[in-house]
Design a protein around this ligand. Structure first.
Ligand code: KIV
Ligand code: NA
Length: 257
């Protein structure tokens, strides 16, 4: 599973044969330049989900419900999930949180909305968690995480993202669930893995979490290409004759007379 945010990145997800594609609210940080995900709105998500859906047509498409789109009530959560599916063209929504959302998620799945859970480090509540920190490090925190996972499974989630959780805890949770877990910073024993595309491609490199492997350094390569273009225009070597539209010889003569 990989994130994507627009038409070209959706195309890449499909071309590379990813099974699952998430339009994450990481959008706020890696595409929109916000400091956190809490500024992301439903309008932002719909705009980017629909663009991504035009590119990623084979991968199963999931969209994040942003902060403020499901916290108020079950009705609000159902309305916004339906909007993301109808206007954003996603096949499932994802939301953050554990057992406190059990009833809400049950109502959503009961209404026919596929829901992916997300527990462990939940970036939308980083202010309440005291920052971006590994979750479930003590035995009692690990037990709470397991209870959250079981509650989400009972509520009808088809899968759960485990973010920034010690590997043995993620394994224990995965072993006890019948639905798949998708890990990010959660070790090798989850059912699947997810990364943020802009992080793993080295396009967003303001900071790199420990759990992210950079498979390319594209911002370096992109800046190199743009710089070379600037130099060639200044030096007069771009555009070259091969980039210019010639005129038929006779017409050109007539034009110059
Ligand atoms: O917003 C996001 O990209 C996510 C993934 C990291 C799971 O929620
Ligand atoms: Na997210």
């Amino acid at each position: 599973m990989l994130t994507a945010y627009d038409y070209p990145t959706g195309l890449i997800v499909d071309r590379a044969g990813m099974d699952l594609c998430l339009v994450g609210d990481s959008l706020g940080m890696v595409c929109l330049g916000y400091d956190s995900t809490t500024s992301v709105t439903m309008e932002d998500m719909i705009h980017h989900c629909s663009a991504t859906s035009r590119g990623a047509q084979k991968a199963f498409l999931i969209g994040d419900l942003p902060f403020g789109a499901y916290q108020a009530s079950t009705e609000q959560a159902i309305r916004n999930a339906c909007r993301l599916m109808q206007e954003g063209n996603v096949e499932s929504i994802k939301l953050e949180g554990g057992r406190v959302y059990k009833e809400r998620i049950s109502a959503m799945t009961g209404a026919g909305i596929p829901v992916m859970g997300h527990i462990g480090l939940t970036p939308q509540s980083q202010a309440a968690l005291g920052g971006y920190r590994v979750q479930g490090k003590t035995a009692s925190q690990a037990m709470h995480l397991l209870e959250d996972a079981l509650a989400l499974q009972d509520a009808g989630c088809w899968s759960i993202v485990l973010e920034a959780v010690p590997a043995p805890v993620a394994k224990a949770v995965t072993d006890r669930l019948s639905i798949p877990t998708i890990g990010i910073g959660a070790g090798q024993e989850c059912s699947g893995q997810v990364l943020v595309m802009m992080d793993m491609l080295g396009i967003f490199d303001k900071f790199l979490p420990r759990f992210c492997k950079q498979y390319a350094q594209l911002s370096v390569e992109m800046a190199r290409a743009v710089e070379q273009y600037g130099k060639e225009v200044t030096a007069g070597s771009f555009p070259g004759p091969e980039h210019c539209y010639p005129m038929p010889a006779k017409e050109e003569d007539a034009f110059h007379e």
